[in-house]
Structure formats: structure tokens, C-alpha cells
Design a protein around this ligand. Structure first.
Ligand SMILES: Cc1ncc(COP(=O)(O)O)c(C=O)c1O
Length: 309
């Protein structure tokens, strides 16, 4: 309310109150936290700080669609590493890094496949990269992995070249407010501040984000329901003969060469999913009735195979 009442004033440029609350919650210092206009805004700040023509950025593909856009805007060269079994191939990612590489972007869990590089493999990959290459662990869906915040904090404490980006858009339900945060060494956070647009996070967004930090019950309830529904939806799809990938995010990925056809069939039945033509569809886990509507529509598209099939 206070934030709404003072909407005629510019917001706190460095979102200090919110950053202090994040620092307390995460168990880090204020100088290890930046906030931005969604984690997209922070990713843009990172790319702007470290990418220029002649510099390459390595990321697995397919992954978050913003990466090629940001790298292209900065004039950098994207170097993509194909997924293996819908997940990351750490050896190939390390091999793709050379002396022109300034950044490696890892969406973990990955969007749209939902796969997770577990901590030991992630640590091993980071350890295999040159220390002057900055590794962004884009943890937009971290809350759904069941791993807790500490693991990400450890990552930035142990590696001066790691930036973790997180968001209030997904599990914390504030996509429209546009707030994300980054954790890193004070030196890297300093770079993010130099590429931050003034007043990039508005007062109401700062206040709303801080309120979600205090409301741990709502977060826990939402995550528990989503994870349970994710399991139910996945099991129902497997029972229908779909080969799906183990998702650690708030969506499931169905690899299919008929992605456009499946998405169109679902749409005519009132269900919207995200098709990636020729590759698969990403289905966001909704409320139980929404998930039932999706499963019913899928059953109409592909009935359970009979033994004679
Ligand atoms: C992997 C990943 N990172 C970052 C984002 C950006 O989220 P936001 O800008 O809302 O924080 C998304 C959004 O879909 C995403 O999938």
C-alpha cells in the first residue's frame, strides 16, 4: 500500500530494502545481491556487461529463447551445444568453450525440457571451465527442484566466476511485476550495477517481491501442489504411451515430431500448450482441473493403445 501511495516518487534505484531482505533470506551479504526487471532484465545486464563483437557465448540448445536474442543484440557470437536425451551434455559444453568465450549460459532446470544438471555434474562442469569465463546458472525454476536455496549460494561462494539468476515470476507468482535477483561475488554484482538501467524495478514490484519472501507458507503450498501434479500428469502421459522426460520444473516436455499438430488438436479442445515445431510441446502444470482438462484432451487425441496395436 505504501508503495502505491508513493507512486509519484521514483523508486529506490538500488532496491536496497528488497536486496537486504534477499541477502538475509539467502544468507549472503548485500553486495552479493542485485535485483532487476525480471531475471530477463538481469540476463540482459549480464550479456551487456560481458559480450561484444568478437566474443562468443556458449549455451546448450534447445534452451531459453531469450539467450540468442540477447547475444545477437550485443553483437556476440552464439555457440550452441546440442542437448543429449533432452538434457545437457557437460563434456560438449566444456569443449565448446575457447579463448573467445566470455559467458556460458545454463538454464538449470532447462526450459523447455525441464531437465536438471544435478549438483555434482554442475560443479564438475564449472570446475572444468577456465576461471575467466563467467558461468550463469539461470535458476528460474529452482524452487521446483526440491534442492533449497543453500546449494545455489554455495555455488557462488565457491566460484568467483558464477552468477546465479533467480526470479519472482514462477513459483512466487509475480510474473507481471517483473522482478528477479542475482547472486554473485561483489565484483560481478558491481558489473551488473554498471549495466542497470536507472529505476529498473518499480516501487510496487520491490514491495510485492519482499512480501513473497516473508510468505514461505504460500510458496511451499504452491510448490508441493505443482510437484505432485507434475508427477500425476507425467504418470498419466506415460500410461498413454508418451515417452516423456523427467521434469524438475513447473512444466512437462513431450518430445514429438508432431508438435504443431498436437498443439493444434489441443487448442481445438480449449487447451493451450507451447509447441516447438518438429521438436516437442511444453505443457505448463496448472491447477488440478486444468491438468485434467489437458489429460482429457490428450486422451481424445491419442487413446490408450490396445494390446493388438
Ligand atoms: C530459463 C528461464 N530463465 C529466465 C526466464 C525469465 O523470467 P523472468 O524474466 O520473468 O524473471 C524464463 C522465463 O520463462 C526462463 O524460462
Amino acid at each position: 500500500m505504501e508503495a502505491a501511495r508513493s507512486a509519484n516518487r521514483y523508486p529506490d534505484n538500488r532496491s536496497e530494502h528488497l536486496r537486504r531482505a534477499l541477502a538475509r533470506t539467502m544468507g549472503v551479504e548485500l553486495d552479493n545481491v542485485a535485483v532487476g526487471c525480471g531475471s530477463s532484465g538481469l540476463l540482459q545486464q549480464i550479456v551487456q556487461a560481458f559480450v561484444e563483437p568478437g566474443v562468443s557465448v556458449v549455451y546448450p540448445w534447445r534452451s531459453f529463447e531469450l539467450y540468442p536474442i540477447l547475444v545477437g543484440l550485443a553483437g556476440g557470437t552464439p555457440v550452441t551445444v546440442p542437448l543429449v536425451a533432452n538434457g545437457f551434455d557437460p563434456g560438449a559444453i566444456a569443449d565448446a568453450v575457447d579463448d573467445r568465450t566470455s559467458l556460458v549460459l545454463l538454464a538449470n532446470p532447462n526450459n523447455p525440457t525441464g531437465t536438471l544438471l544435478e549438483k555434482p555434474e554442475l560443479e564438475a562442469l564449472i570446475g572444468a571451465l577456465p576461471e575467466d569465463v563467467i558461468v550463469v546458472v539461470d535458476a528460474a525454476y529452482h524452487e521446483y527442484t526440491g534442492q533449497g536455496d543453500e546449494m545455489l549460494v554455495r555455488l557462488v561462494e565457491d566460484h568467483d566466476n558464477v552468477i546465479v539468476t533467480r526470479t519472482f515470476s514462477k513459483a512466487r507468482g509475480l510474473a507481471g511485476m517483473r522482478v528477479g535477483w542475482a547472486l554473485a561475488s561483489d565484483e560481478l554484482i558491481g558489473y551488473l550495477h554498471t549495466t542497470q538501467l536507472p529505476f529498473t524495478v518499480n516501487s510496487m514490484a520491490q514491495a510485492a517481491a519482499e512480501a513473497t519472501l516473508a510468505d514461505t507458507d504460500t510458496l511451499a503450498r504452491h510448490v508441493a501442489e505443482c510437484v505432485s501434479e507434475r508427477g500425476r500428469v507425467a504418470a498419466a502421459l506415460v500410461a498413454r504411451g508418451w515417452e516423456i522426460v523427467d521434469s524438475r520444473a513447473n512444466f512437462v516436455w513431450l518430445p514429438t515430431s508432431e508438435a504443431s499438430e498436437v498443439a493444434a488438436g489441443l487448442e481445438t479442445r480449449g487447451v493451450m500448450v507451447r509447441p516447438f515445431p518438429g521438436e516437442g510441446i511444453r505443457v505448463t502444470i496448472g491447477s488440478p482441473p486444468e491438468n485434467d482438462a489437458f489429460l482429457d484432451a490428450m486422451a481424445q487425441l491419442r487413446p490408450v493403445p490396445t494390446p493388438e496395436d
